[in-house]
Design a protein around this ligand. Structure first.
Ligand code: AKG
Length: 282
């Protein structure tokens, strides 16, 4: 199998071709895929056809899989698969519709956050419903040295419920994730265990505050850093085709969904989330 990697923007994202992800990948092919992920932070595969088992098998090559806290969105029989879906069954969407409409990195509210996620687009809108990505490594590297130095020693509080501030309804859910998931603390700057790059590790969705500064300083600093990370000129915007598989590196970017498509248009996707076993978080 000969694999090709073509960068999509100068900062992040690459298309990877010449690989069928439903086949058993040899180590050389998997290593080339992982190298592309570490280098480009987002990798896109087109025209894939993945059963739940095949999606899980491919995802597990990167590391152990995490079960999402929103249990009603998990695929029956496959708790490793989190469904993003507006397609109704018995009058209810089969997964989370309009998930993640705020900049975030996945599962930063967990004590051990995620190394990466794999999202497989089964049905996608003809127009709209793109996913946006922005590099937190590039963001750190483009700060001034005094700002970088100041951020190095800081930590921040992350909380799942924070993403639902302002009244967004977390929808019917089993259990109570708000109670199940207390706040956790992580460093504001995280060194990527594979690339060695330093990455900003706060996000608009789940980061409540930076601990070592005053509340007013925390609000101002987070607003600045969130805006700096997600400037339009550094964002990769993925327009989905059915059969796309997008793998992203949660250690090195933030991303968000865009719920701009019509409710008549089906958007049905399967996601897995890979645990970061390499970074020391505490
Ligand atoms: O639906 C999307 O485009 C993105 C969803 C998202 O943010 C996620 O799966 O973490």
């Amino acid at each position: 199998m000969s694999i090709q990697v073509s960068p999509v923007t100068p900062i992040l994202a690459a298309e990877v071709s010449g690989v069928d992800l439903s086949s058993a990948l040899d180590d050389a092919t998997f290593n080339a895929i992982n190298d592309a992920l570490v280098k480009h932070s987002v990798i896109v595969f087109h025209d894939q056809d993945l059963s739940p088992e095949a999606l899980i098998d491919f995802s597990r090559r990167f590391g152990p899989l995490m079960e999402h806290v929103l249990k009603e969105a998990l695929l029956e029989g496959y708790p490793e698969i989190y469904r993003l879906s507006n397609v109704k069954k018995d009058g209810k969407p089969q997964g989370r519709s309009n998930a993640g409409q705020y900049w975030h990195s996945d599962l930063t509210y967990e004590p051990n956050p995620s190394m990466g996620s794999v999202l497989y687009g089964i049905e996608v809108p003809d127009v709209g419903g793109d996913t946006l990505f922005a590099s937190t490594a590039h963001a750190f590297e483009t700060l001034s040295a005094p700002m970088q130095d100041m951020l190095q020693g800081l930590s921040a509080e992350h909380l799942f419920a924070h993403a639902f501030r302002g009244g967004a309804n977390p929808a019917a859910r089993k259990g109570d994730p708000l109670a199940e998931r207390p706040e956790v603390q992580h460093p504001v700057v995280r060194t990527h265990p594979e690339s060695g790059r330093q990455c900003l590790f706060i996000n608009d969705g789940f980061t409540v505050k930076i601990n070592e500064v005053t509340p007013v300083e925390s609000i101002a600093l987070m607003a600045f850093l969130n805006a700096h990370m997600t400037k339009p000129e550094v964002v990769y915007r993925h327009k989905w085709r059915p059969g796309d598989v997008v793998v992203w590196d949660n250690r090195a970017l933030v991303h968000r969904g865009v719920g701009d498509y019509s409710g008549e248009q089906h958007r049905h996707m399967h996601r897995t989330t890979i645990e970061d076993t390499a970074t020391a978080h505490h």
